[in-house]
Design a protein. Structure first.
Lengths: 227, 817
């Protein structure tokens, strides 16, 4: 319906129809709301400051993908669901260019930075800062509690799926229709298997679906098929 | 009574010449290497009769720390017998800190150590003091050292030593190699733009070994690597000899053969097992029993390729493919270490193709041919490690360090631009985006000298030195199966379970839940993975689905491959082959074709609702796997709907849903285009972007170069969430700076390593315009072995062999009509 640039699939959370995008962003069409989680901007330079000189392109890579998905959906509101910056000083290390890209993305729309465990303090680079945001039946917060209607990040879900030839491992959305955990959006963000105990605490009987980010489309796979 | 070559080395030392001694095993190589030092130190002692000034005289470098320890022990006897005041000490990872500190201040006369320990010593600020008195470096088992990145690291250390101790001379000790003059370059500083080499001393007089192929009375298997058919015959050989070494290519083969021997060991012969994964104490016990002459047989892997000689080994049995004739010669040299007596060896091929390989290997040995690889080009990731080490020792100027580095033979052709890239990488990552200057590990002062930015950098260097990158390992635990019920839930599995051992993570990643494989001598079913634990259950299957046989580290050498193709092409030479193999080849000739020496035979045929393409490049499993990946991509594009492929050392089979015979016939599939060398262009690029092998290669370069600390790779699995994955780093770097130094290093590795690209490229060029296609209506005799690999391996249990033999029989009947 919106061209072929992004591929998405629908996912219900507490009666709200949400769009899971292949990029790892979540879109609420009616609200013209776009959510991304765990950007971990400046993770590379965070390691670099401690002596591990990871390539510094992660922020550029992450922002480029973010800009593309925002350009595609043109949301009125963007929520960054916590751990947007890898550490408390990360925003200070942004290059001027990256700052400009973020400022540019914020023009003409509301922008909310939800606080996360990596970035609990307000970082003052545009937008508002909030611990959580509730819209209708849905609450957006960083760390999942398992509450009904909750959309969270933090866990970086990934699914290992057995295929005919070999096991594939990809990032995914996780939802049981009442609550959801979003995949990490950041280029250097690692993943946690959806079979980890952390997910069992949130989803009873592990009756959830993993919406797996494939190469060209999403795949909704029952939790029991993942490991 | 010293031998001729020992005297020759003394002579070279007196003339202040560096020398390379080429000698077969058992020629008293190591003693020859030490003789000049013992003589010099002995003469000095008598001349002065007062204590000599302290100072390191001779440094001995061995690839194995156990070897260094053994040599030290062996040296002590002659030194104390002659009453020489010579202090000999070892320095390995096991040496206590107090002794290491003492060694730096009060060095022994002779220090025996490893390349890694030498690098650490050179990176300390004591290095100029410690090495200024150095007169000689002895490099043992040089042929083994120079084939890996450890050799690169060692060569750079030598370049440094040549500067610190200009009077120092070298002695290299090596088994016979293809290009002794090349190897001799390793031992002397290379002048800028020219070539220099040490003098080569060849120990003569070694008797020609007696090598035979086992003339089995049993039926020769079509595939598999166990050689179980010849078990009883091998047992008889052990019984008939005093001490026999039984070499196999892999750890799992060694385990299985050892168990098999004990199953039929009615005479209770003392047969032991030796391989690299066994506990060190266990290995030492076997070696000691061996030295004491208490063992009748030892089943071993390349873990015994190197090391001190012990015991009276009178026979070597080599099971399976010899892979290369130089390697085989070195193994055979393990039998009998009296030079004047012939070593005896029996080759036991485990399948029909291996008969061909064994046959040409015997010819090659008779011709005294050698197929050791050419000298390596120094790797950039190793250079990065060395540059950081240099900065840890003392500040350096780029001009001076570059001039020093290119005296090392592997780096003689290193460009200044590459060197500067490496320094830039060491300093601040070498990224196009220059934002890490403030995090730089080394910084330039006003005079242009590079200095370590802070003490943490030194510490990090010390923790990360070395070129051996351990694979990420997972613990394997045995739990009860959940049966055929709900799939996939780790929750339903009882956690805990008996620990079976550790397995490479990449192996598990290639598995699908329910896959069965051999581990620790039994067939297990893969149940689940949770954190760093792999859960498996006992499988009832008779045949493991996934072969654990990976063919060992080394592919079939290019040289032997060429000879195998030559043998196939030469009908008269078939006479030397066993009758079963001759019949097999004759039948192939009737129903299809015997590939000519330089040609590539491609067969296509249908089989149970799928269509197969089998080709015979004879270029080793690694190159064939890469070819398989690339061919599948191309067949996909040609709409042949490929489903999978399997490769062995000799052939590659691809299968799919499209009728490839028909497609070729109708001109919809052009085999010349399919095998065009241009597949190493865009197709390769596209595949490299996602190739797990390439990512493993990159990870190894990232660790060696010091980009990623070793501890991260070990620690990350113990945390619930991975800190970062080198795969993600690879993706980002590849997209944003595809010519980055580390990616170049990884590509250079891929050319000769896991992807064997260079060999694949050479092969594609060789067969251009020489592809012969045979559309068949069923599988050909030559295709049977590789087709059987699809049905996986006959690796475990009698039931497995029976079942596989049945499966094999079906295929064979089909082929034989």
């Amino acid at each position: 319906m919106r061209g072929t640039l992004c591929v998405s699939g629908m996912m219900d959370v507490a009666g709200t129809a949400l769009r899971a995008d292949l990029s790892g962003a979540l879109v609420w069409d009616e609200q013209r709301l776009l959510v991304v989680s765990d950007l971990h901007l400046e993770k590379g330079s965070s390691y670099a400051s401690r002596g591990t000189l990871l390539p510094p392109f992660d922020t550029v890579a992450t922002l480029r993908r973010l800009a593309a998905v925002i350009a595609h959906y043109d949301p009125r509101t963007v929520i960054a669901l916590g751990d947007s910056f890898h550490d408390r000083e990360a925003h200070l290390r942004l290059t001027g260019d990256d700052r400009a890209v973020i400022a540019n993305l914020q023009v003409g729309r509301d922008w909310v930075w939800i606080t996360g465990n990596h970035d609990p303090a307000p970082h003052g680079i545009g937008g508002e800062v909030a611990d959580e945001v509730t819209l209708g039946a849905v609450t957006f917060r960083h760390e999942p509690t398992g509450a009904r209607g909750e959309i969270a990040g933090h866990l970086h879900p990934k699914a290992r799926v057995a295929t005919r030839a070999r096991t594939l491992e990809r990032r995914c959305f996780v939802s049981d229709g009442e609550r959801a955990v979003m995949p990490a959006f950041g280029a250097y963000a690692g993943g946690l298997s959806v079979r980890d105990a952390a997910f069992a605490k949130l989803f009873q009987k592990r009756a959830f679906i993993a919406h797996v980010l494939g190469d060209t489309r999403l795949h909704s796979i029952a939790a029991a098929r993942c490991y | 009574m010293p031998r001729e070559h020992q005297l020759a080395l003394l002579e070279k030392a007196r003339a202040l010449r560096s020398a390379l001694l080429i000698a077969p095993t058992g020629a008293g190589k190591t003693l020859a290497g030490f003789l000049p030092t013992l003589v010099e130190l002995g003469e000095k002692a008598t001349a002065r009769s007062i204590p000599r000034p302290a100072g390191l005289h001779t440094l001995y470098i061995s690839p194995l720390k156990a070897l260094a320890v053994d040599i030290a022990r062996n040296l002590e006897a002659p030194i104390s017998e002659m009453g020489l005041p010579i202090k000999v000490e070892t320095r390995t990872g096991d040496t206590p800190v107090s002794r290491r500190q003492r060694q730096r201040r009060y060095p022994p006369d002779v220090l025996l150590t490893t390349p890694e320990q030498l690098a650490l010593l050179l990176a300390s600020d004591d290095a100029p003091f410690l090495f200024s008195s150095l007169k000689r470096v002895v490099l043992d088992e040089l042929h083994a050292l120079v084939t890996s990145k450890r050799g690169d690291l060692l060569s750079l250390a030598l370049a440094r030593l040549w500067r610190l101790a200009p009077d120092m001379r070298m002695i290299g000790l090596s088994a016979t190699v293809a290009e002794p003059d090349q190897l001799a370059r390793f031992l002397v500083p290379q002048p800028n733009g020219a070539v220099a080499a040490a003098d080569v001393v060849v120990a003569g007089g070694a008797a020609q070994p007696v090598v035979e192929m086992l003339d089995t009375r049993e039926r020769l298997p079509w595939a598999g690597h166990t050689a179980r058919h010849a078990l009883a015959e091998m047992y008889e050989l052990i019984k008939a000899n005093k001490t026999t070494l039984v070499f196999v290519n892999t750890r799992s083969q060694a385990e299985m053969l050892f168990q098999d021997f004990w199953r039929i060991n009615e005479d209770n012969l003392a047969i032991a097992l030796h391989h690299g994964s066994l506990d060190v104490a266990q290995r030492r016990k076997v070696e000691d029993a061996m030295a004491a002459g208490k063992l009748r047989g030892v089943v071993c892997t390349s873990s015994l390729d190197l090391g001190v000689d012990w015991g009276d080994v009178d026979l070597v049995i080599n099971v399976g493919a010899p892979k290369g004739c130089s390697r085989l010669m070195q193994r055979i040299g393990r039998a009998n270490h009296r030079l004047d007596e012939a070593s005896r060896a029996v080759l036991v091929p485990a399948n029909r193709f291996e008969v061909l390989e064994c046959s040409v290997a015997i010819d090659a040995i008779a011709d005294n041919a050698q197929d050791t690889p050419p000298l390596r080009l120094g790797a950039l990731d190793v250079l990065a490690q060395h540059v950081l080490g240099c900065a840890c020792a003392e500040p350096f100027l780029s001009d001076e360090l570059y001039a020093e580095v290119i005296t090392a033979a592997p780096y003689a052709s290193l460009s200044r631009a590459d060197f500067d890239d490496v320094v830039d990488f060491v300093a601040s990552g070498g990224y196009a985006l220059k934002i890490y200057e403030r995090f730089a590990r080394i910084k330039q002062d006003a005079k242009g000298c590079w200095r370590v930015a802070n003490p943490k950098v030194r510490q990090s260097y010390r923790l990360n030195v070395g070129t051996i990158v351990e694979e990420a390992m997972l613990k394997v635990r045995l739990v009860r199966s959940r049966g055929g019920g709900a799939k996939g839930s780790t929750g339903a599995i009882a956690r805990g379970g008996r620990l079976l051992g550790e397995i490479e993570e990449y192996f598990i990643e290639g598995l699908t839940q329910g896959d069965t494989f051999v581990f620790g001598g039994e067939i297990v079913r893969y149940e689940a993975l949770a954190e760093d634990q792999v859960y498996v259950s006992r499988a009832n299957d008779a045949d493991p689905k996934v072969p654990s046989y990976m063919g060992g580290k080394f592919p079939l050498s290019t040289y032997l491959a060429e000879r195998v193709r030559g043998l196939l092409d030469d009908r008269r030479a078939w006479m030397q082959l066993p009758e079963q193999v001759r019949d097999w080849l004759a039948l192939q000739k009737d129903v299809s074709r015997i590939p000519a020496r330089r040609e590539l035979l491609v067969e296509t045929f249908p089989r149970s609702s799928k269509y197969y393409l089998v080709c015979y490049p004879f270029e080793g499993r690694l190159a064939h796997q890469t070819l398989g990946m690339l061919l599948t991509r191309r067949l996909e594009r040609a709409r042949a709907r490929p489903l999978g492929f399997v490769a062995n050392e000799y052939a590659l089979a691809v299968w799919g849903l499209g009728d490839m015979s028909l497609m070729v016939n109708q001109g919809r599939l052009d085999l010349a285009a399919l095998f065009d060398p241009d597949m190493l262009g865009d197709d390769l690029e596209a595949w490299l972007a996602e190739s797990a092998l390439m990512k493993r290669t990159f990870r190894s370069c990232a660790v060696i170069s010091g980009l990623i600390p070793r501890r991260f790779t070990g620690e990350e699995k113990s945390r619930r969430q991975v800190l970062f994955s080198t795969d993600l780093v690879y993706d980002v770097l590849r997209r944003h700076q595809p010519d980055h130094m580390l990616l170049r290093a990884a590509r250079a590795d891929a050319a000769t390593g896991l992807l064997d690209l260079k060999r694949l490229g050479d092969m594609l060029k060789r067969i251009e315009g020489r592809i012969t296609h045979r559309p068949l209506d069923r599988v050909s005799p030559l295709a049977v072995p590789v087709m059987l690999e699809i049905g996986r391996e006959s690796v475990y249990g009698e039931a497995a062999d029976e079942l596989l033999a049945e499966a094999a029989e079906e295929l064979v009947k089909e082929a034989m009509g």
